[in-house]
Write a protein that binds this ligand. Structure first.
Ligand code: ACM
Length: 505
């Protein structure tokens, strides 16, 4: 059917704007006509009207009950030198609305002759601000054009996360702040910190100062040592909360504990001779002496009490991976119950499913083929981190130096994007993991995290029917300046057309 020109053209624009199956010629036509709308994760619903809003100054109205969103909005406007002082300028209306369809995190963004942000919560409004940030250019201009648009957006999953292993190699507070800002840009909302492992103990526990004096001073070979004080962690918790992100702490037990054994030797069985700190990359060799419950369980309880006092997260991760021991299931059962007694909900890695636990304990799935059905039948919700899709310590491409034990070909962007969470009916969401045996600098962390975390965000936020790799490639490709503006040392992903461009760094 031959469409009348205007409708034909509008369809091209719509196709380009939602980023599905659009060729370059169409995209170029769109660019000339209407400012483009590249948003990652792609919204649940987005209608583009054939028009634009031009402005050089704005006036922010409302938002008194949404302090975090207003702060983020004002920072965005200030960064683009957009004046907010002129009462006659284009309004940006910030409004809390009682619309149950928006849930805890959904939002509405309407651009007509003004900009309207609405949500039920401050967090929802934060997400609206991030969508607006992506619609705007990353650098200041004399004036601005936005497409006229109606977005109604809610996340598919409530858990959209990344786990950072700060135990093998430490990541400084300043890096974590920047990382939180970058997560927020893509509406990721869970930062899981793997705070303890064989190679290092990174969280100050006041009752056991040697944990950081000894355990905090070690690291994987060529990695960074260090630890966070409780004050620093409380600062990070607040910094993340103000950006809609929950920090989920992990104390990995009863294995992966050489740093703790080296700090407090009595936690080891009496026949264990190697009580030195460890800088290798092996796993599965250290374990608390579960035959000494009078020593181990008071330690675990005391540590967890300080952990829950720092982190308000409902969920507290107690590890449980890669250890075989006759008393393992008993340890996991007792430890998850302890967390429950403290008014929180435990997360354990998938192996913990052998323990007798309350059904609300979350299981984090990390081996693609792990037999999890029996645990799911008992009611345990899942966090999905199958390593062959979501372990992004693995290469961006086959042969990139670093981890490859789960998948020799690495975890390229396209592979990751292809992960389908739908078969896991009890999943609360998706979490990628950056282990740091071979990732020792901020720049290397960036190279592994970005742009792959943007793909994690999209598969966790966007409904399956809206997602396509081609659309993602087009939209994410266009958002490169946003990552440049944030100083991200991302991998110059060829699929996004970034490899041929002048390197940003
Ligand atoms: C894990 O990768 N050991 C959770």
């Amino acid at each position: 059917m031959k469409l009348p020109f205007k409708l034909d053209y509008l369809l091209v624009c719509l196709t380009a704007v939602v980023g599905i199956g659009c060729d370059h010629r169409a995209a170029d036509m769109t660019e000339a006509k209407t400012p483009s709308a590249h948003i990652v994760p792609v919204p649940a619903s987005m209608d583009v009207v054939d028009g634009e809003l031009r402005f050089s100054a704005v006036i922010v109205q409302g938002g008194a009950a949404a302090p975090n969103a207003v702060r983020e909005l004002e920072a965005l406007l200030a960064g683009l030198n957009i004046s907010t002082k002129d009462a006659a300028a284009t309004p940006i209306q910030v409004q809390l609305v009682d619309d149950p369809a928006l849930g805890e995190e959904g939002y509405r963004l309407v651009i007509d002759d003004a900009i309207h942000l609405s949500a039920r919560t401050d967090v929802g409004l934060l997400h609206a601000v991030q969508s607006l940030r992506q619609l705007l250019p990353a650098q200041a201009q004399a004036d601005y054009r936005l497409p006229q648009i109606v977005i109604n957006d809610v996340p598919a999953y409530r858990w959209r996360g990344i786990s950072l292993d700060v135990a093998r190699s430490f990541l400084p507070v300043e890096y974590l702040e920047k990382h939180i800002d970058r997560m927020a840009l893509f509406k990721l909302n869970r930062l899981h910190l793997h705070l303890t492992d064989d190679q290092g103990w990174r969280i100050e526990i006041k009752r056991y100062p040697k944990l950081v004096e000894i355990g905090g001073a070690s690291a994987v070979k060529d990695g960074r040592a260090g630890y966070y004080t409780q004050e620093q962690l409380k600062h990070l918790v607040a910094y993340a909360q103000a950006r809609g992100i929950t920090i989920v702490p992990e104390v990995d037990m009863p294995g992966h504990v050489q740093a703790a054994l080296a700090s407090y030797n009595e936690l080891a069985c009496d026949d264990v001779s190697n009580l030195a700190t460890y800088s290798g990359v092996e796993v599965g060799f250290s374990v608390f002496c579960l035959e000494k419950p009078d020593i181990v369980y008071p330690f675990v309880r005391n540590v967890l009490e300080e952990v829950v006092a720092i982190f308000p997260s409902t969920e507290i991760h107690v590890g449980g991976d890669e250890i075989k021991h006759p008393l393992y299931a008993d340890f996991v059962a007792r430890t998850t119950r302890m967390v429950d007694d403290m008014g929180r909900t435990a997360i354990v890695w998938e192996e913990g499913s052998v323990a007798d636990m309350k059904p609300n304990v979350l299981l984090q799935l990390w081996n693609d083929d792990y037999a999890i059905d029996a645990a799911v039948a008992k009611g345990h919700p899942l966090i999905l981190s199958p390593c062959s899709y979501l372990y992004i310590d693995h290469g961006n491409y086959a042969g990139q130096p670093g981890a490859d034990w789960c998948r020799k070909e690495g975890v390229p962007l396209k592979r990751l994007y292809g992960f389908d969470p739908a078969p896991f009916k009890s999943a609360v969401g998706i979490e990628a993991a950056l282990w740091t045996e071979f990732v020792h600098t901020d720049a290397s962390a960036d190279d592994h995290l970005w742009p792959r975390l943007a793909a994690v965000a999209e598969i966790a936020w966007s409904p399956a029917g809206q997602r396509s790799y081609d659309g993602f490639v087009q939209r994410m490709g266009a958002l490169r300046p946003q990552l440049d503006a944030m100083g991200v040392h991302y991998y110059a992903e060829p699929d996004l057309g970034w490899a041929d461009a002048k390197p940003a760094h």
